[in-house]
Design a protein around this ligand. Structure first.
Ligand code: ZN
Length: 458
C-alpha cells in the first residue's frame, strides 16, 4: 500500500517498548514500524529528538454542556480542537437521557449536535436517569449499536440526575447481560446533602466548604456500594474521578479478587491539592469530587503507578472564569468543573514520567492503551501498532515552559494549572493519518471526526 506519511526518526513508544523508528502511514492507518531512515512516503514529519506516542483517548469530557445554570465554553468543535492541540485524538462525551424519554432519544440528540462538528473521533456514554421497563429493554440494542457503557450519578437528586439503589442494580443486571458496563459518579448523596445543609445554616459559604462538605467517606461508601452491586449483577463497572485513598484500596482489593472493576483519576487530582480553596480565586477550583489533601494525593499516585487506578482522564468542564465567579458567594452555587482536556498530556508526562512516578509503560496505558480496552475501542485505537488507526502525538520531552492562561484554546479566562513548569508539550498531532495540529495551530477541519461504535466491554 502507498505510504502517505512517514513520522521519521522519533522515539516511538509501542506496547513492546520504546525505540527509534519510522512510522509508516497509509490510508489513515499505521502500515508498519521500520528502522529509522528506512521510511519513504509522500509526506514526512521529522521527529528526531521527539517522542512519538499513541494519540490520547479521553473518555471523560463534557463539551457543549449546561449544568448549574452555566454553559461550557467548549462546544463539540472547539472542544475537539482543544483535544487535538493536547494530543488527544479520541474523546468520549455523554448523552443524557431526559426523564420520561428513551435513552436512544438522548443519544440521537447528542449525535445531531456532534456529527459534522467534531474534528476528531468520538464516542458517547449514555447517562441513564430513568430506569423503567422501556429503558431497560433498550440496553441490548444500545450495546449492540456501539454505546456499550452507561453512566450513572449516585448524587444530584434535585437536578434529577441521581439513580437510587434499586434502579441502579436493575440497570447493572441489564447492562451485564448485554455485554455492557456501568460507569459511576460515586458519591454518597445523603452524607453530602446533610453536610451542605449544616454548613449553609452555619454561614460557612466560602469555596473551601465545598471540599469540607464532601468528606472522603462519601466517596468510600459509594465506591464500596458500586463494587458490591457490580459483583451481584456480574456487570463490569468503572469508577469516575476517584480521588481518595480509601477508595483506591477498595478498587485494588476487588481487582485482586478478579472482579471486573476499573477506576480513573483526573489530571487535577494529580496536580493540585485542596489548599487552593483558600486562595482568593479558590472558586475556580470547585469540582466534584473536590481536590483533596497531599496524603490522599500520594495514595492516588501510588494507585496509578501500580495500576489499581487504570487510567487518567480530564473530566473537562470548561466553564469560564466569569461563569465560575457568578456562584462564588456560596460554594454550592459555583458551576462544578475545570478545563483540562488540553493539559492532561504535559501534566501527566511531567509529573508522571519525567519525575519518575510513572513508567513509560504505565503512562501509555493511562493515557490511551488501557482506556481503549476498557471502553471497547481496541485494537483500532490506543496503541502504535500495524493495522491500528494512525492516531499519533509527537511530543518534545526537553523544552520546559510555564503553563499560562493562554495555554489552552478558547476564552476560558483562567487555567487551573497556570504557573506550573512543564515539559512533554505536543508539537504535532496526527489524526487517522492527517496532520491535525502543528505547534498548537489547528490544521484540520470541522466535521472530520467520526462517531465510534464501540465494542461490548463485558
Ligand atoms: Zn464528569
Amino acid at each position: 500500500m502507498a505510504v502517505d506519511l512517514v513520522v521519521a526518526n522519533g522515539t516511538v513508544v509501542t506496547p513492546q517498548g520504546a525505540a527509534t523508528a519510522d512510522v509508516l502511514i497509509g490510508d489513515g492507518r499505521i502500515l508498519d514500524i521500520v528502522a529509522p531512515g528506512a521510511g519513504r512516503g509522500a509526506q514526512t514529519v521529522e521527529a528526531r529528538d521527539r517522542v512519538v506516542l499513541p494519540g490520547g483517548i479521553d473518555p471523560h469530557v463534557h463539551f457543549l454542556m449546561n449544568f448549574m445554570g452555566q454553559r461550557s465554553v467548549y462546544d463539540f468543535f472547539s472542544g475537539s480542537v482543544a483535544a487535538l492541540r493536547g494530543g488527544v485524538t479520541t474523546f468520549i462525551d455523554f448523552a443524557l437521557q431526559r426523564q420520561g424519554r428513551s435513552i436512544a432519544d438522548g443519544l440521537a440528540f447528542r449525535r445531531s449536535k456532534a456529527d459534522g462538528e467534531v474534528a476528531c473521533d468520538y464516542g458517547l456514554h449514555p447517562i441513564v436517569t430513568d430506569v423503567n421497563d422501556a429503558s431497560l429493554a433498550e440496553i441490548d440494542g444500545l450495546v449492540a449499536g456501539g454505546a456499550s457503557t452507561f453512566k450513572v450519578y449516585t448524587i444530584y437528586r434535585s437536578e434529577k440526575l441521581m439513580l437510587e439503589d434499586g434502579p441502579l442494580l436493575e440497570l447493572m443486571h441489564a447492562a451485564g447481560r448485554a455485554g455492557g458496563g456501568v460507569i459511576l459518579h460515586a458519591e454518597n448523596a445523603s452524607i453530602i446533602d446533610t453536610a451542605i445543609a449544616r454548613a449553609l445554616a452555619r454561614g460557612d459559604v466560602a469555596p473551601r466548604f465545598h471540599a469540607a462538605t464532601r468528606p472522603t467517606i462519601s466517596e468510600t461508601e459509594a465506591v464500596q456500594r458500586a463494587i458490591l452491586f457490580g459483583a451481584q449483577a456480574d456487570c463490569p463497572i468503572h469508577i469516575f474521578h476517584l480521588n481518595s485513598g480509601p477508595a483506591v484500596a477498595l478498587v485494588a482489593a476487588a481487582r485482586a479478587r478478579g472482579q471486573s472493576v476499573s477506576a480513573e483519576t483526573c489530571t487535577h487530582y494529580l496536580a493540585l491539592t485542596d489548599e487552593v480553596y483558600d486562595r482568593v480565586d479558590g472558586h475556580l477550583f470547585v469540582a466534584s469530587p473536590p481536590l483533596r489533601d497531599k496524603a490522599n494525593q500520594d495514595m492516588i499516585w501510588a494507585g496509578l503507578a501500580e495500576g489499581a487506578l487504570a487510567i487518567v482522564t480530564s473530566d473537562d468542564a470548561s466553564y469560564s472564569a466569569e461563569a465560575k465567579a457568578l456562584g462564588k458567594a456560596r460554594f454550592d452555587t459555583i458551576a462544578n468543573g475545570m478545563p483540562g482536556v488540553e493539559a492532561r498530556l504535559p501534566l501527566l508526562w511531567t509529573l508522571g514520567v519525567a519525575s519518575g512516578r510513572l513508567t513509560l509503560e504505565r503512562f501509555c496505558e493511562a493515557w490511551a492503551g488501557e482506556t481503549a480496552k476498557l471502553f471497547g475501542l481496541a485494537p483500532q485505537k490506543g496503541a502504535i501498532a500495524p493495522g491500528a488507526d494512525a492516531d499519533l502525538v509527537v511530543i518534545d520531552p526537553q523544552t520546559r515552559r510555564s503553563m499560562t492562561v493562554d495555554s489552552h484554546f478558547g476564552p476560558i479566562g483562567y487555567n487551573p494549572f497556570a504557573g506550573m513548569e512543564l515539559t512533554g508539550w505536543p508539537v504535532a498531532t496526527i489524526r487517522r493519518g492527517a496532520i491535525a495540529v502543528v505547534d498548537g495551530v489547528f490544521r484540520g477541519a470541522r466535521g472530520e471526526g467520526r462517531y465510534l461504535a464501540r465494542k461490548p466491554v463485558g
